[in-house]
Ligand binder design. Structure first.
Ligand SMILES: Cc1cc2nc3c(=O)[nH]c(=O)nc-3n(C[C@H](O)[C@H](O)[C@H](O)COP(=O)(O)OP(=O)(O)OC[C@H]3O[C@@H](n4cnc5c(N)ncnc54)[C@H](O)[C@@H]3O)c2cc1C
Length: 381
């Protein structure tokens, strides 16, 4: 279906990304999932094809596209057959780099943003800590000014791209007495003394993406690595989280759409009691319900994206889209697995991966419960 927000440019980008995903990504995801790592050539290749910079200005090597270009990328990557790589790409394009574009100096854009958009530097985003997940304001990682440097101490967990990232967009406390108003952002290079990757984490799903725990011990970074305004980091990152959540919702719905299409094909082909599964009304109704949920979730994502792209800050709708996208993707993959029966439980069928991967959509980037908290607040509750 065509939505008015998509122009011929968006359709052309969608076709190009789908062709790339079908030819160069999808045939390998099985292997990358097994290895729990995708190869390092993927980002430079995507950078060369211009896919990592679709919605960034031309002066930074981008294509100058709008927010919907990023959404198209998220949707098409989600169709590759595994959630891990699309998540890694989304961290690069929509989580770790937008704050540099928005708040960075020209030097920071030259050093970090441009190479990231070309796929030559891998980026990660460090918010979550062992003692601070949903409660971002309670982070304990501390940055203390020492002459013209900052000294960082703390620990980050669940960091996507954490193993391979060349730099991290790091959230740290600069004035613990000020709560939300005492948080700042920093750009920290891999290899900076005191910055170590302490372990690679084993995950239920999203396995081709690497997730790490990081440690900062008296890690000294130059003053110019402060990103944006000192003590405004919480507000800067909260703005960034909105765009991330919407792209995440779009990807979740797109991946669920693919899972649904495959389940429909399976139900047409699988014969039991002398007829294909789709001829059993309970299965037909299940598929009809799945198609309806997908359509409703996608409509909410698109209408919210239109507002966001037009410069509005629709926090309520973004939280709703993230909540619905995550829940629908989880329900669709579970319903699809049921349609596959015992085959769905076997590792040789992709639906088990969709089921495992989609579970994260209700946790990462803000849990269902936190989305409901935000929505409740916007309702004045
Ligand atoms: C695979 C993966 C990749 C990730 N990538 C990144 C990354 O790149 N960078 C990064 O910074 N983080 C990343 N995260 C972290 C992710 O955003 C957090 O896991 C998430 O925000 C939840 O935090 P938590 O895990 O500490 O759970 P907690 O905050 O401990 O929550 C536990 C449970 O309590 C509920 N809960 C908490 N507070 C409330 C409340 N006030 N009311 C009701 N219920 C509540 C939660 O909803 C949840 O169900 C990643 C996580 C995973 C699993």
């Amino acid at each position: 279906m065509k939505y008015s927000a998509f122009t011929e440019d968006h359709h052309a980008a969608r076709r190009a990304i789908r062709k790339f995903v079908d030819a160069e990504i999808a045939p390998h995801v099985e292997e990358w999932e097994r290895q729990e790592y995708f190869p390092d050539w993927v980002f430079p290749r995507m950078g060369d094809l211009g896919f990592l910079s679709l919605r960034y200005p031309e002066e930074y090597g981008g294509a100058g596209g709008d927010y919907f270009m990023g959404l198209v990328l998220g949707e098409e990557m989600a169709r590759c057959g595994a959630g891990g790589l699309p998540m890694a790409v989304a961290v690069q394009t929509d989580m770790a780099t937008p704050p540099i574009m928005q708040f960075g100096t020209e030097e920071q854009k030259k050093k970090y943003l441009i190479p990231a958009l070309r796929g030559r530097k891998v980026a990660s985003l460090g918010i979550t800590e062992p003692n601070a997940g949903s409660d971002v304001a309670s982070i304990e990682t501390r940055a203390v000014r020492d002459g013209d440097h900052w000294v960082i101490n703390g620990r980050k967990i669940f960091i996507t791209n954490g193993l391979r990232a060349d730099f991290i967009t790091l959230v740290a406390k600069t004035d613990p007495g000020l709560g939300y108003n005492g948080v700042s952002l920093f750009l920290v290079d891999r290899g900076t003394p005191g910055f170590t990757v302490t372990r690679k984490l084993k995950k239920l799903g999203m396995r081709s993406s690497d997730t790490a725990e990081l440690l900062f011990e008296d890690c000294r970074v130059p003053g110019e690595n402060l990103l944006g305004v000192e003590n405004r980091g919480f507000h800067q990152i909260m703005w960034e989280l909105q765009g991330e959540r919407l792209i995440g919702a779009a990807g979740a719905v797109a991946a669920a759409q693919k899972t649904f299409e495959e389940a429909l094909l399976y139900a047409r082909a699988r014969m039991q009691f002398g007829k294909p599964l789709v001829r059993f009304q309970v299965i037909a109704h299940r598929l009809a319900g799945m198609a309806t949920e997908l359509e409703a979730a996608r409509a909410l994502v698109y209408s919210t994206a239109r507002k966001f792209a037009a410069g509005e800050y629709p926090v309520k709708e973004i939280s709703m889209a993230k909540l619905v996208g995550g829940q629908v993707s989880h329900r669709i993959s579970d319903a699809a697995l049921q349609i596959y029966g015992g085959y769905g439980y076997m590792m040789e069928y992709g639906v088990q991966r969709a089921w495992r991967d989609s579970r994260l959509n209700r946790i990462g980037g803000g849990t269902d419960e936190i989305m409901k908290e935000v929505i409740a607040k916007t309702l004045g509750i």
